[in-house]
Design a protein around this ligand. Structure first.
Ligand code: PGA
Length: 258
């Protein structure tokens, strides 16, 4: 059985003081990740170092950035490199989140370059894919997600593919309170796994974690995480509170050991 990754995307929330307070609380609620579960929290850049200090206290806790630049250095005002992220103690990075695609012109091509850079630097990329509401309504979600997967992972070798995580986040479910039903999530996760099998092979595809994201919360997480091809969550709003996030972590542990 694949292990779970329960990931939190804090977006533009939580300064250094708030991050420290969060982990003070969180480490009381989760002393160690449950068996079969890894935990990931992705704060803003300035809070990465403070967050990474908590990894010494909780076994199975990882820290990630929310973006990176694909170059190693240069005149790119406002950007950050993979090595700079690693230096903070982080070991994951979210790539191609729909908000980055929507507001900062990220394309499948930049997602691909960033994915290569992360792997090369030894960071685990969490590559985000997902369709817009109008694409879902037009029944184009499979086609859209396939293109994002194929182009986003272009040139990634079979060996490296098992070092990455895919996050399926239907854009219409992000921050809207609307979630994909467990069956909708399973349907597209299975489709993504099939695409990964054709890009690589079945054994490789079986090892790649596919997370669901979009209004996951303690009320719906158990059902979503019980689906065969849902290997975790990428959680925005509900990851900002240690109690709701830790509840989801515990659900994953319960499902893994059942
Ligand atoms: P949400 O965000 O859980 O607040 O919908 C998820 C995400 O954007 O990663």
């Amino acid at each position: 059985m694949r292990t779970f990754l329960i990931a939190g995307n804090w977006k533009m929330h939580q300064n250094i003081a708030e991050t420290k307070a969060y982990f003070n609380e969180f480490t009381k609620l989760v002393k160690k990740a449950p068996e079969g579960v890894n935990i990931l929290l992705c704060p803003v850049y300035t809070s990465l170092h403070a967050a990474a200090e908590a990894t010494a206290k909780v076994d199975g806790l990882h820290i990630g950035a929310q973006n990176l630049h694909f170059e190693d250095k240069g005149a790119f005002t406002g950007e950050i490199t993979a090595e700079m992220i690693k230096e903070t103690g982080a070991d994951h990075v979210i790539i191609g989140h729909s908000e980055r695609r929507q507001y900062y012109n990220e394309t499948d091509e930049t997602v691909n370059k960033k994915t290569h850079k992360a792997i090369q630097a030894g960071l685990t990329p969490v590559v985000c894919v997902g369709e817009l509401l109008e694409e879902r309504k037009a029944d184009r979600h499979f086609e859209v997600v396939k293109k994002q997967v194929v182009e986003g992972l272009k040139g990634v070798s079979k060996g490296d593919a098992t070092k990455l995580v895919v996050a399926y986040e239907p854009v219409w479910a992000i921050g809207t309170g609307e979630t994909a039903s467990p069956d909708q999530a399973q349907e597209i996760h299975a489709f993504i796994r099939k695409e990964l099998s054709s890009l690589y092979d079945e054994g490789t595809a079986a090892k790649i974690q596919i997370l669901y994201g979009g209004s996951m919360n303690p009320g719906n997480a158990e059902e979503l995480l019980s689906m065969e091809d849902v290997d975790g969550g990428l959680i925005g709003g509900a990851s900002l509170k240690p109690d709701s996030f830790s509840e989801i972590v515990h659900f994953a542990g319960k499902i893994y050991s059942s």
